[in-house]
Structure formats: C-alpha cells, structure tokens
Design a protein around this ligand. Sequence first.
Ligand code: SF4
Length: 353
Amino acid sequence: MTRRTSRQLRIGDVAVGGHAPVAVQSMTKTDTRDVHATIHQIKELEDCGCEIVRLAVPDREATESLATIKKSVPLPIIADIHFDYRLALGALKAGVDGLRLNPGNIGDKEQIARVVAAAKEREVPIRIGVNAGSLPAHFQPRIPLAKRMVNMALEQIRLMESLDFDLIKVSLKAFDVPTTIQAYQTISKKMPYPLHLGVTEAGLPHTGALRSAIGIGILLYQGIGDTIRVSLTAHPCEEVFVAYEILKSLGLRERGPTLVSCPSCGRAEVDILALAEAVNKRLAKISKPIKVAVMGCVVNGPGEARDADVGIAGGKGKGAIFRKGKVVDTVSEDKFLAAIMAEVNSLTKKGTE
Ligand code: SF4
C-alpha cells in the first residue's frame, strides 16, 4: 500500500500528513461550557488512545471555556466552528491547536480572511470541513454531490491560498459511503494538503462501525487519509476503539491487543464463545500490542495459535496453550482462561511483544 504523501502540518505536538502515522481523532460529547465534564471526557479519551480531540464551540461562553480546558489537558484541541466566524477568533485567542471551519455555513470572504489572518499569526492549522448535509442548496445544484463537495473545498482552498495561508487540512464527509469515497478520491489528486477521513452520522455502534470501516478502510487502503474520526452515536472512546481496529486491520497502526477467535462450529469441543468473551474482557485492560488466538479445535486451531503471541487450540475437554509459536502447556477446560492470561501477563510485563 503506497500512501499519498501530503504536506505535513502539526496539530499541537501531533504531526499530520507527510510520513506521519495516521492519527486518531474523536470529539467530546459534553457541553463545552461545562468545563469540568469536558476535561473529564478529554482525559478519558487520552486514556483510550485518542490523539487529537475536537470540541463543539456553539457560542461565546464556549470559547471562554476553551482557555481553561486547553490549560488542563495534554491532548491537542480543535475548535469546531459553524455559522459565526467570531467564535473562530475567540477559539484562537483561547489557544486552540486547530480550527475546523464549515464552508457550507461560513462563506463570507471578508470573515474568512479575518480568521485566516489570526490563524496565520498563531500558526494554527484550519480544516476545511465540508459536510454533505450542510452544503448550501444554491451551490452548483445540478452536479453530483461528491463533485459539489470537492468544488466547495477547492473554492475555500483557493481563497486561503490567495491569503498566503497553507496550514490547511480538508475533509469531505457524507453519510453515503460511495459518495464519501468518490469525494476523497477526487480531491486527493487535486491538492497537496492532508485529509481527515470520516463517514458522517454513521449511526449506532454496530452499523456505524461497519459503515466507517468500509468508507475509511477503502480510502486508507488506497493510501488516502492522514487523520481519521469514526462518528458513532456512543461514548467517544468507542469511536477511538473502532478507529484503531480499522488501522490495525490494515497494518497501519498498532495499539492494544488483537484477539483472533474462531467463530466456533459443530466441531468445537470447548465453549469458544464464552472463552473468547472472557479473554476479550480481560485484554481490554492491556494497552500493549499483543496477538491472542482463541481457537475451538484442531482444524485451524494449532496454525492460528502458533502464529499468535499467545494462543489456545481446544481439544476434547483440554487445550494446548501456545506462546510465541510453541506449545508450553496442556490444560483442562476449567483452567483455559487462567492459563491464557498468565502467558499474556508475563509477555506484556516483559515488554517482549
Ligand atoms: S477452529 Fe474448529 S471449532 Fe473453530 S470454527 Fe474452525 S473448525 Fe470450527
């Protein structure tokens, strides 16, 4: 997989684009004016691996909260601005690390010029965040949606470039996955700036994770994308979890354990579903990358278990425990969980993964 090399910029201390790893972004779901709750949620996001966090800035009071929040959290903060350019100026003053402007609802050239001048002075990047749902109806109504989104972004890019500003990041999000993919593919060939990927309003965790995995995954596989956000109707740490699963599936990032578990079938001689769930629950507390295989029988079991850092291949009431490709024990079914976790803990504590 060859990645598109975009022009690198920094959001706080996180490098975005160029050869930097694809960064994981999420958004707080608290009221930004509630400083305490927002700081708490950003700390939760930091603990679950989020690298950049975006905050909604609906009014002036929220811009005032940003200054306190910014001083209290280590994660880079992006202010999400719609409708009112003065909120962008307030957010910059509060010290945010990035801005997201929606060109669909902030279009006045004079206003954008004022924001760009303030961002330039502070060297703060701006994301041109086009969203299919907020494209003005009068903007090129006769052409396909993906093209309209691209054209809107290009128009804003040209405006910012004419103001001698190039700390630009772009996103083109739609609910429709093919539209999202087409829009990103098209713009990736037309400008050099980093792309933030997302499928917007993706839905509840099950369907949302799938829509995002398909949309974001296809683009990443084509080498497109520098930051990603999985939008889910759920706690933001769920978004971060899914984002890493997408990146891990494509071999782009490593974080935390990877559980390989067989689906179980009529051949299984042990209760794989219960065992996989119990192992998964315990692995959730581990942040180091480790591959663990839980397999039900001798068909694929030994192969997968051998390939993982720690594995089990079930047999008749017994299972072979593998560590780094070698059988280290054979235990009865009541000891499966303890035996697997003993190996996992010893490997993660040693840091040998
Ligand atoms: S590993 Fe065995 S039990 Fe699991 S799905 Fe394959 S054949 Fe079935």
